[in-house]
Structure formats: structure tokens, C-alpha cells
Design a binder for this molecule. Structure first.
Ligand SMILES: NC(=O)CC[C@H](N)C(=O)O
Length: 305
């Protein structure tokens, strides 16, 4: 049997050469205050075993990893209709780009770029009675951590500096692809991004993606098996933005990153993984985090191809 504990134990040395080579997100000022040398990783297997290393139980800002969960919830409520309003193609552009929306009639390329996630937030506003609380409850149930909270300071920081997201939301609204008041959409979007979770929380919470949509702690489905397969596919092709090709090439697992430095990866049928290290490469994905996943896959052979 693979000795996951000792493989995890080898990762701090493997990523050490990459620390100090990236840069924390500072366009959201609160994120720049996190010590840059943090590193944690957690694995949660489909049969309920957890393995952790380093700062895996320390909370961080999940940022765009939240898009994985809002998409899952939107697909649960609206099924295929979601894909009338967002596409399933990689954008090849930065996560916060506005440019393709003009020629593509306000239909974002995919649900993981900011434009797509704002549309998904709008979809959820049509289904949730108390959107922020309902989403928090959903994440608490998925992670099994009833103490999960959002980070007020990060939320405020995003609100104060979120001009690009506001521009995207207005532009989408002008195409009729946002239907609720823009202030409500942004409020919900900044809230989802400012949830504070640890690697262990996120590895557990994303386990349904490795379990054909089965809820990790309840006798119910989060999404259908087909939907789980599609979400994994979108993670592989679009989850790390304009670096998705590099991730598929070097890591070979469905991944979803956030500018807080976290990356969730799934090994369908086997486990879910979350790594966290705040220094980002040029495309906004954790540089040491990517190396940790690459090394993990080399040592375990767990890539999907
Ligand atoms: N890639 C990310 O994590 C981006 C999320 C961030 N909240 C933003 O909207 O810019």
C-alpha cells in the first residue's frame, strides 16, 4: 500500500527550491499580510482516511476554490440550464479578463473565470433563500467543520478593491446574463471568496468529486455521477485558468486554484487533495503548491492518464 504519510513528509524538501520565487496576491491587500512561507497539504481518501503535513489545519482564504462549490450547488439546482449561461471552454486568458465577453455576447467561457463565477453567483441568488448563510451551511456540511467562518477583513478588502469584478458584473448585466441587482451578486461573490478554510477542510469538502457526487458525511448526493465527472473535467481544462495546460501536462489531475494560494485536486475514485502555499506564479496559481502536486503524482503515479 502506498505510504501517503511518508510521501507527504518528503514534500517540504521538494518544494523548498520554489519558495521565495513567487509572489503573494496583493491586489486584495488583506491577502498580502499572510506569511509567504506557509505550506500545508491534506489528503482525504474516499474511504475516510485523512493525511496532513505542515500547515494543513490552518485556515486560509479559499478565494476561487469557492467556484468549485458554487458551481456544484448551481448544477444541483439548475442542472444543464447552467450551461446556457456559461460555456465549457478554457479561456486562455487571465482569470479576471473582460475581453472575450464583448465578442461572445456576455457568455463567459467557463464557470471558473471571474465572469463565469459571477454568473453562477447570480444563478444561486435565484435558488437560495438566504444565499450567504445557505452557502456557509453547505460548506460546513461538506467539510464536516461546523465552525467554518468567512474572513471579514478579506471580504472588506475585496469589496474596496473589486473594481474589475464590478466592471465584469455590470458588463454581464448589460447582456442580460446577470439578473439580480449587481450589489447583491458582488456581495455574494466576495463572500464566497472570503471563506476561511484549511487544507483538511477543503480536502474533505471536495471528496464528493472523487466519489461520483456522493456526500462525504451524509447519505445523499451533492451532484449526480455525470455532474461530478463534468466538474472534474472542467477543473482539468479550466480550473487553473491560462495555466490549465501546464497543470494537465505536469500534474495530470483535475485542479482548482485560488489566489489565496490554495489548490484542490481530485483523484477520481480515490481521494481529494488540497495544498496551500501563498506565493503565486505569474498566472495566479500557487507555485510551491503546483510543485507539491507534481511531486506527489510522480511518487504515487496517481495522475488520471
Ligand atoms: N483567482 C482567484 O482566486 C480570484 C478570486 C478573487 N476574489 C477575485 O475575484 O479576483
Amino acid at each position: 500500500m502506498t505510504d501517503f504519510a511518508s510521501i507527504l513528509g518528503s514534500l517540504p524538501a521538494a518544494i523548498a527550491p520554489y519558495q521565495g520565487k513567487g509572489k503573494q496576491a496583493d491586489y486584495i491587500p488583506a491577502l498580502a499580510e499572510i506569511p509567504s512561507d506557509k505550506f500545508g497539504m491534506a489528503i482525504s481518501t474516499v474511504d475516510g482516511r485523512d493525511y496532513v503535513i505542515g500547515d494543513a489545519e490552518e485556515g486560509f482564504s479559499i478565494q476561487s476554490i469557492s467556484k468549485l462549490f458554487t458551481l456544484s450547488l448551481a448544477m444541483h439546482y439548475a442542472g444543464e440550464r447552467v450551461f446556457k449561461r456559461v460555456g465549457v471552454e478554457p479561456s486562455g486568458n487571465p482569470f479576471n479578463s473582460l475581453s472575450q465577453l464583448e465578442s461572445e455576447n456576455g457568455i463567459p467561457r467557463n464557470p471558473f473565470i471571474n465572469a463565469g463565477a459571477l454568473v453562477i453567483a447570480d444563478v444561486l441568488l435565484g435558488h437560495l433563500g438566504s444565499p450567504k448563510q445557505d452557502f456557509l451551511d453547505y460548506m460546513r456540511a461538506l467539510s464536516g467543520n461546523l465552525d467554518l467562518q468567512y474572513d471579514e477583513q478579506v471580504f472588506r478588502s475585496e469589496y474596496d478593491t473589486g473594481h474589475r469584478n464590478a466592471a465584469l458584473a455590470h458588463y454581464l448585466y448589460s447582456f442580460g446574463n446577470i439578473k439580480h441587482p449587481i450589489a447583491q451578486v458582488l456581495d455574494f461573490y466576495f463572500y464566497q471568496c472570503s471563506l476561511n478554510m484549511s487544507c483538511l477542510d477543503l480536502a474533505r469538502a471536495s471528496r464528493f468529486l472523487a466519489m461520483e457526487g456522493q456526500h462525504p458525511f451524509r447519505d445523499e448526493r451533492v451532484v449526480s455521477p455525470l455532474q461530478a465527472r463534468r466538474i472534474n473535467t472542467l477543473m482539468m481544462t479550466c480550473g487553473t485558468y491560462d495555466e490549465a495546460g501546464e497543470f494537465a501536462f505536469h500534474v495530470g489531475l483535475p485542479c482548482k486554484s485560488g489566489v489565496g494560494g490554495g489548490i484542490v485536486a481530485t483523484v477520481p475514485g480515490k481521494m481529494s487533495i488540497c495544498v496551500w502555499s501563498p506565493e503565486l506564479g505569474k498566472k495566479g496559481n500557487s507555485l510551491p503548491g503546483m510543485q507539491a502536486l507534481k511531486t506527489f503524482v510522480e511518487k504515487t503515479g496517481l495522475a488520471v492518464f
